[in-house]
Design a binder for this molecule. Structure first.
Ligand code: FEO
Length: 168
């Protein structure tokens, strides 16, 4: 495996791992505040990022590359509002998308079409995750500070997220 690509894939393993812990902290914050639906949503997101990480680890190993299991960043643990929580979620997904685009750019540069092909799954996944994050943030912006709106958002979030996911 090309060394530059190997380094980038290891970086990507770290970004997915960090996203997983980041969303775990968001889930725990929501759980503590009594937002059970939001907590469930982020526990699930955290699990998905872990799956993204493992998929990369297995791929690098299968290709004879060297995986370095990374140390993790301490995630942000408290949020001033639901708006901040979901703005952070979108920001995190946009960062991951940017990194994936970077890997793909280098794959084309180094003519590594095998990794390029493998990364297409992540491109599709990011499209879906960004769409979900944007939709949820848009809804929260409409709701503003309305407490009963927050109650309904928490109740409906998993239905909304699944609906956006299946639209893609
Ligand atoms: Fe695997 Fe949502 O980044």
């Amino acid at each position: 495996m090309n060394k530059t690509i190997e380094v980038l894939l290891n970086d990507q393993i770290k970004y997915e791992a960090n996203a997983s812990m980041h969303y775990m902290a968001m889930a725990s914050w929501a759980d503590e505040k009594g937002y059970n639906g939001i907590a469930e949503f982020f526990y699930k997101q955290s699990e998905e990022e872990r799956v993204h990480m493992i998929k990369l680890i297995k791929f690098v190993n299968e290709r004879g590359g060297n995986v370095v299991i990374p140390a993790l960043e301490k995630p942000k643990a408290s949020f001033d509002s639901l708006g901040e929580l979901f703005a952070d979620f979108l920001k995190s997904e946009m960062f991951v998308t940017e990194q994936i685009n970077h890997v793909i750019y280098e794959c084309l540069n180094k003519k590594d079409y095998n990794v390029h092909n493998f990364m297409q799954w992540y491109v599709t996944e990011q499209l879906e995750e960004e769409a979900v994050a944007r939709t949820l943030l848009d809804k929260l912006n409409i709701i503003g500070d309305d407490k009963s709106g927050h109650y309904m958002f928490d109740r409906d979030i998993n239905t909304i997220a699944t609906a956006v996911d299946t639209e893609e």
